[in-house]
Design a protein around this ligand. Structure first.
Ligand code: P6P
Length: 344
């Protein structure tokens, strides 16, 4: 019988496990749990607009259920999905100030992985029906002893075991890598299964789309300002001026950049002295995205070095972020080296 099921996420994960004899099946269990959390969050994200239209009360809806903010809901879903899996020793979330140790019952053997995640990035855009996303990054446990420690979280992205994002856009898509290329799976809500829609995604070496919040232009360094002005100059021989696209939800902007090429930027700016390194977080936003982009043949930098080489020192630390096609990222690094060095 010619099955029309195609490659499901579950089959992709199991086939990946079989290719690696050293695989224990734990990563398989982790990815399946992430997929489950993504389905649950997707269902609620898609209802959010409806809640507004039907006028559910701010605190409780007509079924008497507590209507929590979506990012809190998403955080609870991912935390619950991870807490009783047995494979994690510790986790950290964008929504939670401190690292979260795993319940002992949830890890009979201690848990050989750690996980950091942003449960719903861009959630402020929900009311405008703009695409939002979840981001996750899975590391091997490296600290001695049974319990997870901060050391298991504060690892360079170069060491990641797996990373990915879920984009809740016109469809819900899970994009992930376990270090063997980048693959995307689109949720078919009629069967509740993620079906492979992209196999071994590769980002073009140079793109002609740039993505940044140009409202911050006056606060950027000279090198970044000159780079953006360079992309806007008229020069048909180099395809300039480039097109500007900015959604304001990083996962959506990155997803477009991965598929169409170009560069996404959130540079450091002098706007807020409390955030001298820009707005985006290293551990659970920039590192996982950088991992995916490098796996897809792209690049991600803080303006001077690969994001994946940065040794984190704090769970919620921020970093300047330039990510996308490798030639575009190298180009902004050149402008920064040439002009900011002078300024510094
Ligand atoms: P700005 C969403 O709030 C977010 O964290 C990212 O998803 C997005 O790229 C960025 O902030 C947008 O920030 O300052 O341009 O509104």
């Amino acid at each position: 019988m010619d099955s029309k099921i195609g490659m499901t996420l579950t089959r992709h994960i199991y086939e990946g496990e079989r290719v690696h004899p050293e695989a224990t099946g734990e990563l398989t269990g982790i990815l399946n749990q992430i997929a489950l959390a993504a389905k649950i969050v997707s269902r609620e994200v898609r209802k959010a607009g409806l809640a507004e239209i039907l006028g559910f009360t701010g605190q409780r809806n007509v079924q008497g259920e507590e209507v929590r903010k979506l990012d809190q809901f998403a955080n609870d879903v991912f935390m619950t999905a991870f807490s009783h899996l047995g494979h994690f020793c510790i986790m950290a979330s964008e929504e939670v100030d401190k690292p979260i140790p795993m319940p002992v019952d949830g890890r009979p053997d201690g848990g050989r992985y750690s996980v950091v995640f942003d449960p719903l990035d861009g959630s402020s855009n929900i009311d405008a029906n703009v695409g939002v996303g979840s981001i996750f990054a899975v590391h091997h446990k490296i600290s001695p002893g049974r319990d997870g420690t901060i050391t298991d979280l504060l690892q360079p992205g170069r060491r990641l075991a797996a990373a990915g994002y879920v984009v809740y856009g016109s469809s819900t898509m899970l994009v992930l890598s376990t270090g063997h290329g980048v693959h995307a799976f689109t949720l078919d809500p009629s069967v509740g299964e993620f079906l492979q829609s992209h196999h071994h995604i590769r980002i073009r070496e140079r793109g002609t789309i740039y993505s940044a919040n140009e409202g911050n232009y006056p606060y950027w360094s000279q090198g970044v300002r000159r780079f953006v002005s360079h992309m806007k100059q008229h020069d048909p021989t180099t395809g300039r001026p480039y097109s500007s696209r900015y959604i304001g939800s990083m996962v959506a902007d990155i997803h477009r950049t991965l598929l169409y090429g170009g560069i996404f930027m959130y540079p450091a700016d002098s706007k807020d002295p409390k955030k001298p390194h820009g707005k985006l977080r290293l551990l659970y936003e920039c590192s996982p995205i950088a991992f995916l982009l490098e796996q897809a043949g792209g690049a991600a930098s803080d303006g001077h070095r690969p994001i994946l080489d940065i040794q984190p020192t704090e769970v919620h630390q921020r970093t300047p972020f330039f990510a996308g096609s490798v030639e575009n990222v190298r180009e902004v690094e050149t402008f920064i080296a040439r002009y900011d060095a002078v300024r510094a």
